[in-house]
Write a protein that binds this ligand. Structure first.
Ligand code: SIN
Length: 278
């Protein structure tokens, strides 16, 4: 097995591993803990292998809003057809941050890829936090923010192409609204990192709307610096796993006229602790 870092910020490619082999798991798990994003190249895996690999990390967290894969209700379909304009997950986000216990990780399996493009970008939220000034870190360490599913998956989104085409649904279940620390202590590494994201975070508690918007806008611009990023260029049969407590991600929608099909499984997480837990 060969493990090659993708950038200085986060992410690694893994060659020569097989998600079906139990003897490969410890090294994959260690790489996941170290790099936050791992790309397992060339996996001859099917839906059952995908689920079995996810269960090695913990129970499956079934997504409420994505259309499931037929015969596999625990697997979410991430699809853009060649005649569709919008991709799912185009905005910077953290999967399931609107849940009380946000999913610890997401595992995406590339089934059908366009001939070019369709990459996924990731950000290290630990690196972004550490690059802030000490006074700004101290200010943020005390704050909490609200995350919601309503504006993204609820009735307000019913007219989106994803909802109209049936890729996203179950709008009535979009009732989640939860408060998390703006800075969390990662449950495993104990590293501090920012835990806010442009798609699901609606406001910072205790600040006026103007103050909250200004702070979030500043943080979102800060986090998008290339120094904190890695980019995954997919090939069909690759599997990537990322840590939702340590990263943001974004699907790049630059392959119009081509189909892209992925299967995603998310793994249950734990309640998040703030900066003082470090
Ligand atoms: C997602 O947001 O989970 C999907 C990312 C992708 O399709 O690249």
């Amino acid at each position: 097995m060969e493990i090659l870092p993708l950038t200085g910020g986060l992410g690694a490619e893994i060659f020569g591993a097989d998600i079906r082999r139990s003897e490969d798991f410890i090294a994959i798990e260690a790489a996941f803990a170290k790099y936050s994003v791992v790309v397992l190249r060339g996996q001859a895996a099917g839906p059952e292998d995908h689920l079995a690999f996810a269960r090695r990390f913990g129970p499956i967290n079934v997504n409420r809003f994505f259309k499931p894969v037929e015969g596999h209700p625990e697997i979410a379909m991430v699809l853009k057809e060649k005649d569709q304009a919008e991709a799912v997950g185009e905005g910077w986000h953290t999967d399931h941050s609107y849940d009380k216990e946000p999913a610890m990780g997401s595992i995406l399996r590339a089934i059908e890829m366009p001939p070019f493009g369709g990459d996924t970008l990731f950000v290290s939220m630990g690196a972004a936090y550490e690059a802030l000034s000490a006074p700004m870190r101290r200010f943020l360490d005390e704050l909490t923010a609200v995350h919601s599913s309503r504006h993204v998956f609820g009735a307000a989104a019913a007219d989106s192409e994803a909802a109209r085409s049936g890729r996203l649904g179950n709008a009535g279940a979009a009732t989640q609204e939860v408060s998390h620390p703006v800075v969390i202590t990662h449950p495993l590494s104990r590293r501090r990192g920012l835990f806010i994201n442009p798609v699901f975070t609606t406001r910072i508690e205790g600040l006026s709307p103007t103050e909250s918007d200004a702070v979030l806008t500043m943080l979102y611009a800060h986090c998008q610096q290339p120094e904190f990023q890695c980019r995954v260029r997919w090939q069909a049969s690759d599997i990537a796993m990322w840590d939702n407590r340590a990263t943001w991600h974004k699907a790049i929608n630059d392959y119009h006229g081509f189909r892209r099909l992925m299967h995603r499984v998310t793994v249950e997480g734990v309640p998040l602790s703030g900066a003082s837990a470090a």
